[in-house]
Design a protein around this ligand. Structure first.
Ligand code: ADP
Length: 489
């Protein structure tokens, strides 16, 4: 094991004591070309078309990925339908065993998953190693446990699976989102057609290999790669019974329109613009760590990121000074280096979007502040950024940027901050930092957000439900609530 550094201790550690170094990528074998996973085997796409996936930190091409069209989607849905007749009838205990096996295999291959996730998506290896992969495995463990307890979870309601679930996921947590989607669907006896995002297909395809190796019956999980058109073909397929989507609010709205008038069930986990609220009585050093984790974790590519900071006026100067000092210590660069805090922006397109907002914020009159760190000249990188003196009407305050960019506003009273925090189209998450339990209870009931963290931020656990209000979507994933969208009663 490599020498320990004084890096901050992170939660979610498994007993996997591995610290990959950059040179470890040479032990990771990527194929030149990846096919579609349909009915238990890898098959060529009908169109014979492939698209390239790149390492966003180096701009190097990693592999070619198959692009699924309508015919491939139809083939996958038919395979999932056929598999459903058997999978929904095998004993729940057996179903659970298969899911446990997937979880254990994921732990065994954790290192490979973590390195590939970081190469393909740009997130720091410390995060994929200590958070994404262990949490993904934990989701499978957790839902494996529910498989034979559905009658207890929903007593006297005779829960039954729905059928074929079409699942479309984004690029910010590729493996973890696949786990969030697949694990509860399998535990409840459904079969799956899943599509990863086009910039981050590799860990979903590694998961397909793992699923094949696990012996899960053919067709229970099918993984199709491609872009928006492939996603739309899944959404529009008449034999899909349920859609679970995580992604942008714009695409969420398109999906909602597309399935209006059908009997497809739908859950949507969309954008966010969370308020992270610091009261004067908060433990300020801890709060500054929470602000940093809230916005700079995963380059800010987090739908529940604490992207709007509200600081009580009396402590604003000191909090902002401490925050700027802390930002100077953040290392931006090679995602495969375990000392890196902020990795690469996931794609050129996303970097352009972030840069567009940096321009908009300045034009609107907010004061731009960036840490003085050097960033690599190659690859997609962005310095940790603040917009000081931001105001409620600024677009950088109202719109989701999905990057390492934090707007800073101050407030005097609790009423004022509740009003400002809620005055936004989104309602996914929020953070509250205070010494007073009563204030926490008051705010958790008044903030219109699906998740409210108190004196912490960005903590995830398979047992706790996650999901939004307003334009952040509907339905919950995780916990007992996460079973419900996959059941009919
Ligand atoms: P982002 O803007 O963060 O890239 P998107 O919402 O565009 O997020 O993408 C999330 C997922 O939705 C991706 O897997 C993407 O390919 C897919 N997708 C994009 N457009 C559509 C669509 N019209 N119908 C279904 N899925 C889509």
């Amino acid at each position: 094991m490599a020498k320990k550094t004084n890096e901050p201790k992170l939660d979610f550690k498994t007993d996997w004591a591995y610290e990959p170094a950059p040179e470890d990528t040479k032990h990771i074998s990527l194929k030149k070309q990846y096919d579609l996973f349909i009915d238990g085997e890898f098959v060529k796409p009908n169109s014979k078309k492939y698209f390239a996936t790149y390492n966003p930190a180096t701009e190097e091409k990693l592999a070619d990925i198959a692009e699924a069209d309508v015919k491939d989607v139809d083939k996958a849905v038919k395979a999932a339908q056929k598999a459903f007749t058997k999978w929904s009838k095998i004993s729940a205990k057996e179903r659970g065993k298969y899911i446990y096996r997937i979880a254990r295999l994921m732990q065994e291959r954790a290192r490979e998953f973590a390195v590939i996730e970081t190469m393909d998506g740009g997130k720091p290896i410390r995060e994929s190693r200590d958070i994404d992969v262990p949490l993904a495995a934990n989701h499978f463990f957790y839902y494996a446990g529910w498989a034979d307890k559905l009658e207890y979870a929903f007593p006297n309601r005779n829960p039954k699976p729905i059928g074929v679930a079409g699942q479309i996921i984004p690029w910010n947590f590729p493996l973890l989102m696949a786990a969030w989607k697949i694990a509860p669907a399998l535990a409840t006896g459904n079969t799956v057609v899943l599509k990863p995002a086009e910039t981050t297909s590799l860990t979903a395809l590694k998961l397909a290999e793992l699923i094949r190796d696990s012996g899960l019956p053919d067709g229970v999980v099918n993984i199709l790669t491609g872009a928006g058109a492939t996603g739309a073909a899944i959404v529009n397929h008449p034999d899909i019974n349920k859609i679970a989507f995580t992604g942008s609010t714009d695409v969420g709205k398109l999906i909602q329109k597309a399935i209006a008038g059908t009997d497809k069930k739908l859950t949507l986990e969309l954008g966010g613009k969370a308020a992270n609220i610091i009261f004067e009585d908060a433990p300020l050093d801890q709060a500054v760590e929470g602000i940093v984790n809230g916005i700079f974790f995963n380059q800010g590519h987090v739908c529940c990121a604490g992207s709007r900071l509200f600081v009580q006026e009396s402590v604003a100067d000191i909090v902002i000074r401490k925050l700027k000092d802390r930002m100077e210590t953040l290392i931006v660069g090679d995602p495969l280096d375990k000392n890196t805090d902020i990795g690469a922006i996931n794609s050129k397109e996303q970097l352009l979007k972030i840069n567009k907002y940096l321009k908009i914020g300045k034009e609107e009159g907010a004061e731009l502040y960036q840490s003085s760190c050097t960033i690599p000249t190659k690859g997609n990188f962005c310095r940790p950024t603040l917009f000081l003196n931001a105001s409620q009407s600024h677009r950088v305050v109202q719109e989701e940027i999905f990057g390492p960019v934090l707007t800073v506003q101050t407030f005097r009273t609790i009423e004022e901050v509740i009003e400002k925090a809620n005055n936004i189209p989104y309602g996914l998450s929020a953070g509250v930092w205070t010494d007073k339990g009563s204030k926490i209870f008051n705010l958790t009931s008044k903030l219109r957000a699906g998740v409210v963290w108190a004196n912490t931020y960005n903590k995830f656990d398979p047992t706790s439900p996650f999901g939004g209000y307003k334009e952040s979507g509907f339905g919950r994933e995780g916990g007992l609530h996460g079973l419900m969208p996959y059941l009919k009663f």
